[in-house]
Design a binder for this molecule. Structure first.
Ligand code: ATP
Length: 512
């Protein structure tokens, strides 16, 4: 299967098994808005728990917050979002489709990079053991030609980005002969800026209506509550505030399932520190966050850092953690050193002093801040796409299995009476009563045992527990492991401990 086919299969699978549904589907859906079904909500909650506990329980100096989606409109002036939260968009006049001009250029650069990688792979195959990649890249004419092309366009692109030169974006698109994938033409409009914030009205205290925004990031809630948390929590620098919540962006192009949504959820942590120490903390959080990801066991090679070439208006250092999605390496999480930009601007615009008195230095100052920001939905997609496998079995059948890291799996254990009679369902109920306070479980007595195993594999249940006639005499059950499909006999009294060892979040957190 090609990567594209795998991605399509994942989208179809997640609908078929109750992970993700397109929003308002009976009305033909709403673009880039998705609902999480009965399985999806469990997986999503487990991802959030893994993050929340890693942040707030494992760090004594990080506390939580739950601030509102609606905020005073001035918040978004101070944060710079009203003036600068824009994407450069371009339309194709023939297909009438809209694109992000920067993404068109980035995709073009990726294609050149792919050509280079292919040439290198060919070289490696041809020369075998004696292959010297650096020398090959420096001398192979095909690689050199493509690399020069890449460098030239990349330099123009970075310069255009830095100067916010919309005309140059279009020039690059025209010069590179970038065509619309749908119409195949170069009939492009000019590039325009498009603000990504959704707005609505809130009736004021009798003075008419005010335009307010749906927050495009949760971080500003943390900044405006900084003083309250610091004072009431008697927090000393350095300390962090963590928050999980919805964010909204009117994305120009939203065609990648839950990778880019118009309503999504973020897990953000703002870490406040003494000015001058921010680079140390930036480095610290880069390592910490990568470890959190790698700890899930989804392969270290599937992550990489991608440093920003152009820094956002508020940052003095920024990197992304990229994940190997089915459509290539893309941003999963951002880590930004935001300086005192946000607190400083809120101080200016609100007229309220937002300062920290440092008992060690005897000075008062606006703290600096390092942010870690990850989309819950992107993390969900990373887990789902990495876990999805179609396996050929020895008997010639295929099974679709989601090898979701066990502590994140929506259902931990399935309880399956072999037959729906002879007292087996009643015995199975006893097993349920033994485990239901600790684990999310499913009870399933319908269809053949093989079919029931397949259903559990498809939702990623780590354990299936079968109750048969012997169970009535020996109080033992058969436990089947999702990944190895091995089966072992286990006394009911030991079941809870056995399951717990594999699925408890504690085990993941301990390794951090
Ligand atoms: P991109 O470049 O992909 O648009 P971004 O750099 O604008 O992302 P940030 O503003 O750094 O993203 O947001 C932090 C995190 O929030 C991202 O790393 C991503 O996981 C998540 N995120 C941002 N926009 C979306 C979206 N439209 N849908 C889902 N998740 C998102």
């Amino acid at each position: 299967m090609t990567q594209e086919e795998i991605f399509k299969a994942i989208v179809a699978h997640s609908k078929e098994y109750g992970f993700i549904f397109p929003s308002s589907e009976i009305y033909d859906g709403l673009a880039a808005v998705y609902d999480y079904g009965q399985m999806g909500v469990e997986l999503k909650n487990n991802i959030k728990r893994y993050w929340w506990e890693a942040m707030t329980r494992l760090n004594e100096n990080i506390v939580g917050l739950d601030s509102c989606i609606f905020m005073h409109p001035k918040v978004w002036v101070a944060s710079g979002h009203v003036a600068a939260f824009n994407d450069p968009l371009i339309d194709n006049k023939d297909s009438k489709k809209r694109y992000r001009a920067d993404n068109l250029i980035e995709d073009y650069l990726d294609k050149i990079q792919e050509k280079i990688d292919k040439e290198v792979a060919k070289g490696r195959k041809r020369f075998g053991e004696s292959f010297d990649e650096a020398q090959f890249k420096a001398t192979n004419p095909n690689v050199l030609r493509e690399q020069n092309k890449w460098n030239e366009i990349h330099n123009r692109y970075v310069a255009a980005e830095q100067a916010n030169d919309l005309k140059e974006y279009r020039n690059i698109i025209m010069d590179c002969d970038i065509v619309d994938p749908i119409s195949g033409t170069k009939n492009w409009t000019d590039v325009r800026q498009f603000n990504l914030m959704f707005s609505t009205q809130m009736s004021n205290t009798g003075e008419g209506e005010d335009k307010i925004y749906l927050r495009p990031e949760t971080a500003q809630g943390i900044f405006v509550e900084y003083l309250n948390v610091q004072k009431t929590g008697r927090m000393k620098l350095p300390f962090g505030i963590a928050q999980i919540g919805k964010a909204f962006r009117n994305e120009v192009v939203a065609r990648q399932f839950i990778f880019r949504m118009r309503e999504f959820e973020q897990m953000e942590m703002e870490f406040f520190c003494r000015p001058g120490t921010e680079m140390e903390w930036f480095k610290y959080w880069k390592e910490k966050r990568l470890k959190w990801h790698v700890n899930l066991g989804m392969g270290e090679e599937n992550y990489k850092f991608h440093d920003h070439e152009k820094l956002a208006h508020y940052a003095n250092a920024a990197t992304d953690i990229y994940f190997n999605f089915p459509f290539g390496f893309k941003e999963l999480e951002g880590i930004h050193s935001r300086t005192d930009y946000d607190l400083g601007n809120h101080q200016k615009l609100s007229g309220k002093k937002i300062q920290y008195f440092d008992p060690e230095t005897g000075e008062s100052y606006v703290p600096y801040c390092v942010e870690t920001s990850i989309g819950v939905d992107r993390m969900f997609l990373a887990v789902l796409s990495h876990s999805y496998h179609e396996e050929k079995l020895e008997n010639g059948e295929t099974r679709v299995v989601l090898s979701i890291p066990a502590p994140l799996a929506p259902v931990k254990v399935a309880v399956l009476p072999l037959l729906n009679k002879d007292g087996l369902p009643e015995k199975a109920q006893e097993v349920v009563d033994e485990i239901k306070y600790d684990f999310n479980y499913q009870f399933d007595a319908k269809d053949s045992i093989g079919k029931r195993y397949r259903r559990q594999d498809a939702i990623g249940t780590p354990f299936c527990v079968t109750i048969d006639h012997d169970t009535l005499n020996d109080n033992q059950v058969t436990v089947r492991d999702r990944d190895t499909m091995e089966q072992v006999r286990v006394p009911i009294a030991e079941l809870r401990e056995m399951i717990d060892k594999k699925v408890n979040m504690r085990n993941l957190l301990r390794k951090l």
